[in-house]
Design a protein around this ligand. Structure first.
Ligand code: 6LW
Length: 512
């Protein structure tokens, strides 16, 4: 690989924020209502990225219980002042209608792989906060104002943890509108303001403005947008926008930005919004794509003078012979500590049943984001339900309202059965007649395809695979259908609506 292949972070990794600390690069992206709310990745060559533990580890840092679908943590901003790493983030409590409740917090650490602080509340006036560290040591909070009313700046005092002094709107946005995702940089004589505009859909773009003074006035880049998508090419990255920039140790510049790879067959984005990188250069005091134009590319040049690492295999296979859950998993709204256990039955993941998947509170689901259209998820499970209100199996899910469930339960006559359900916007349909299944281990599989479909199957120990139900459309699990910001995920799931807290045991989970 002689180029960086985009997207660098595949499947459900939107709104990237990028920093460099010495020879190390980090990107933070958000997971919305999915705990832990923020994904953190590390790289030394910008091409290969490894996921690290999230800065958010405790519910005192983010309480996502009850958050709406695609609410929760939006667009975190990672920054580094040479001593402290900071993460500012919004917890979106409501986003319907006109009233957005968007609480902004900051946490910090001196060891990015270690423990982060308790949060300090900042404001709630708009989302996409970022922290800007000026050369003179001053720090500023920058955020959009709800209702897309412009970009707000206020000084932040790291000693007291409080915002102080004047609160000033420094920018109204450009003609592209929906101004959000602001970042300020002090480069040379200029303060550069980079924002996302056009809305986080197919019109998304990155625009720029500059000023000699942080408080403005800001002069708009005459060639905006700096980055956008080639909507005429179905194979090109789409929805490109929401960006952050980083300078390499050798003085080159890269832009990390949001992108998407819609599937025509699925009628939208199953993989959600993702993260890409573009090599940039300065021309007459403005930032431009290397090679010209403003359309995001599927490949971009590697950084000069940096040794390339070997590619990380993105096949996922977990046999639960471990003491901690893999950092790549996420869980709806709550950490897994209360319902997942690796010690009761060594080599197995034991999940305790709680509420059903359409709850916004306590759901037992261990999920992994889908990174490519041709993907299959497989698990081996043991589960002995006693009531029809108890169910466990394989979930293929977008959010609390949109999902497929292939689950074992019992019928009213106490017979063990497999059911295949679809929830579309919260309304649930049986996709097949219940299938009687034997005692013991069950293997469950979901096979998604770039043809825009998913097919489910099962087998018991030593028997042949059997298809269950008809082929189903993937359009159910798209950003467009769900009106969501996340992406499709596969997961291991159990619910117990009796409140008895039955558990299901999983011996393996694989997504290839
Ligand atoms: C994100 C913001 C946005 O915070 O959507 O439409 C939000 N734009 O930049 C969720 O990704």
């Amino acid at each position: 690989m002689t180029m960086i292949q985009n997207p660098v972070l595949r499947g459900f990794c939107p709104d990237p924020s990028i920093i460099r600390a010495g020879d190390d690069y980090y990107i933070a992206t958000s997971t919305f209502e999915w705990w832990p709310g923020v994904r953190l990745f590390h790289s030394t060559d910008l091409a290969n990225w490894e996921q690290l533990p999230s800065p958010i580890q405790r519910t005192s840092q983010a309480d996502l219980r009850g958050d709406p679908t695609s609410g929760g943590i939006w667009a975190p901003c990672l920054s580094y002042d040479g001593t402290w790493y900071y993460l500012v983030y919004t917890d979106v409590k409501t986003k319907k209608g006109r009233f957005y409740n968007t609480h902004n917090y900051v946490i910090r650490t001196q060891n990015i792989r270690g423990e982060w602080s308790e949060p300090v509340y900042l404001n709630s006036i708009g989302f996409d906060p970022s922290l800007f560290h000026d050369h003179d040591g001053k720090k500023y909070l920058v955020n959009m104002i709800n209702g897309f009313k412009g970009i707000l700046v206020q000084e932040y005092d790291p000693e007291t943890g409080e915002l102080k002094g004047e609160r000033k709107k420094i920018f109204d946005g450009t003609k592209f509108g929906y101004t959000e995702g602001p970042h300020i940089y002090h480069i040379g004589d200029w303060y550069y303001l980079i924002v996302a505009e056009g809305g986080t859909g197919y019109e998304h773009c990155v625009t720029m403005a500059r000023s000699k003074n942080i408080w403005g006035p800001y002069e708009i880049d005459p060639e905006n947008p700096v980055l956008t998508s080639n909507s005429a090419d179905p194979l090109a990255l789409q929805k490109c926008g929401h960006a952050d920039i980083v300078e390499t140790q050798n003085g080159e510049w890269y832009m990390a930005h949001l992108c998407a790879r819609p599937s025509e067959a699925a009628n939208g984005c199953v993989l959600g919004r993702e993260t890409a990188l573009q090599k940039m250069e300065w021309q007459n005091g403005w930032l431009r794509l290397v090679g010209g134009g403003n359309q995001a590319r599927l490949t971009t040049s590697l950084p000069a003078g940096i040794k390339k690492t070997t590619a990380i295999d993105n096949k996922f296979s977990d046999d639960f012979d471990c003491s901690q859950l893999n950092v790549q998993y996420d869980f709806p709204r709550i950490p897994a500590t209360g319902f997942a256990d690796l010690s009761s039955r060594p080599g197995w993941l034991r999940l305790k049943g709680q509420e059903s998947l359409n709850s916004l509170h306590d759901v037992s689901l261990v999920a992994l984001r889908q990174q490519k259209m041709n993907a299959s998820a497989q698990t081996v499970m043991e589960f002995a339900p006693e009531y029809p209100e108890q169910m466990a199996g394989l979930a293929y899910v977008y959010d609390a309202l949109n999902y497929y469930l292939l689950c074992k339960t019992v019928d009213e006559a106490d017979r063990a059965i497999l059911v295949l359900l679809r929830s579309d916007g919260g309304s649930i349909t049986d996709l097949t007649k219940p299938v009687l299944v034997p005692e013991g281990k069950l293997e469950l599989i979901a096979v998604a395809s770039e043809c825009g479909t998913v097919e489910f199957g099962w087998r018991s120990e030593s028997s042949e695979w059997q298809i269950i139900g008809e082929i189903q459309p993937l359009s159910l699990l798209t950003d467009e259908h769900c009106r969501g910001f996340t992406g499709a995920q596969f997961g291991m799931y159990v619910h117990d609506m009796t409140g008895l807290g039955i558990y299901a045991d999983f011996d393996s989970f694989e997504v290839i």
